[in-house]
Ligand binder design. Sequence first.
Ligand SMILES: Nc1nc2c(ncn2[C@@H]2O[C@H](COP(=O)(O)OP(=O)(O)OP(=O)(O)O)[C@@H](O)[C@H]2O)c(=O)[nH]1
Ligand SMILES: [Mg+2]
Length: 214
Amino acid sequence: MSKTAGEELTERARRLFAGPIEFLKSAPELKFLPDPDDPEIAFAGRSNVGKSSLLNALTNRTKLARTSNTPGRTQELNFFDVGQPPRIRLVDMPGYGFAEAPKDIVKRWRFLINDYLRGRSVLKRALVLIDSRHGLKDVDRDVMQMLDAAAVSYHLVLTKADKVKPTELVKTLEMTATDAAKHPAAHPTIFTTSSETGSGIAELRTAILEAATT
Ligand SMILES: Nc1nc2c(ncn2[C@@H]2O[C@H](COP(=O)(O)OP(=O)(O)OP(=O)(O)O)[C@@H](O)[C@H]2O)c(=O)[nH]1
Ligand SMILES: [Mg+2]
């Protein structure tokens, strides 16, 4: 039986993410960004939401992006090339809404994240990660509004799905979808993922490939 276009894309995404993936560089400031050579997909979200873990789960590597129990682990924009030659660049970012860090550092990260998200010509899609246990917070809505204003298309991605009961997850998903519908740049598809169990990871890989190549 021949494959549908959807199945073919899923298979291409699987193969791409199983192939060569390399850390390219860290940018602590905008002037250190790599040349805009390839389509980029950026991982945004509050500190500790699981951005770096999701990047590792997507790429099937345990230590590509550094993760930690302590919020504030990722402090720069980290670029990873997927494919050889590179087809997609994944961008792991510091967390926003991290109240415990010194104010000037939080401010610096916020400017870095916002300036990157607003001004990057090759940015194809942002992933805004939301902890399944907590749902959308005001800081998330601020980032969504900023992306709406900059016309940067984004997917909301619920993380740590393994940490909540299925009924609770459905409720959070519904509430998140209601909120997303009010945001013009929010893609209607919301992903539910667990970097721990791998649920939702193949679907997100496919969406990333689709966003990067269209
Ligand atoms: N159970 C479970 N734990 C997770 C999952 N994803 C991440 N974690 C844990 O959550 C913590 C934070 O994960 P990170 O990936 O470092 O989070 P981050 O968003 O990159 O955090 P910052 O870089 O500090 O902004 C770590 O202890 C991870 O092991 C998940 O899907 N399930
Ligand atoms: Mg991180």
